[in-house]
Design a protein around this ligand. Sequence first.
Ligand SMILES: Nc1ncnc2c1ncn2[C@@H]1O[C@H](COP(=O)(O)OP(=O)(O)OP(=O)(O)O)[C@@H](O)[C@H]1O
Length: 262
Amino acid sequence: MEEVKDHIESKTKSGKKGEVVIEVKGLKKGFGDKEVLKNINLTVKRGENVVVLGRSGQGKSVTIQCIVGMLTPDEGSVKVFGEEVPELSDEDLKEMRTKMGFLFQGAALFDSMTVKENLEFPLTRVLKLKDQADIDKRIEEVLESVGLPDSGDKMPSDLSGGMRKRIGLARTLVVNPEIMLYDEPTTGLDPITSREISQLILEVQKKYKTASIIITHDMECAKLTADQVLVMDDGEYIAEGTFEELQKSDNELVKSFFNDIK
Ligand SMILES: Nc1ncnc2c1ncn2[C@@H]1O[C@H](COP(=O)(O)OP(=O)(O)OP(=O)(O)O)[C@@H](O)[C@H]1O
């Protein structure tokens, strides 16, 4: 119980809406001769959804990897919760990542475990919770949040692609992350399920007040979820604004993303 209290306290301590949570300035990152990120500037506030659009191979995932400390920038500043990420010790990095949730395209559930066991895993391994009643309560709440309250005893193989995505999201949310990173959350899903997942991203933002970065090619997802949209090209952001603002852009690349959306 103590751990839970600590976690909730640390959340409320750091938790003012609108406060800057991720701040990237002048980020450069290359591999060998190849410059991938040339000048990335990005600010994400608590409770804000930032959508990043861009063609394949432009460096969207590399940006995320710099933010979570998996890659070291060549130049520039990457701050999360006010701390310079490349300067964090391994232990502090681990601590920082416990406050982050990831929903990646290939995010797989453990196939040999039930849904409930899949959700227990981060609670016992990451948050090191021991109180079973508390664990059960959190799981019940999070399954409710993703709209699958009665799925605890199911095996992942019994679930549809969309349901699996929801459980993947539940597994991420169960530790109460302050930052959510979504990499192509709706890719591979049919239009109706995609819309449901986008809707869920919006509900997560409202309920958990997360600061979120959403990388997507799905313009309906962008339209539904974005407070701010960034368009990435050739290692930098070439346009920035609300969905409606960018929809009116004269830039050919920006226009190409918005062509099919009414
Ligand atoms: N660890 C690495 N070592 C070498 N090159 C890398 C590494 N990670 C990424 N790259 C290169 O950096 C470029 C940008 O990759 P990244 O995965 O960030 O693109 P992306 O914008 O996320 O594309 P997609 O939409 O296809 O996922 C690519 O050319 C990729 O090959």
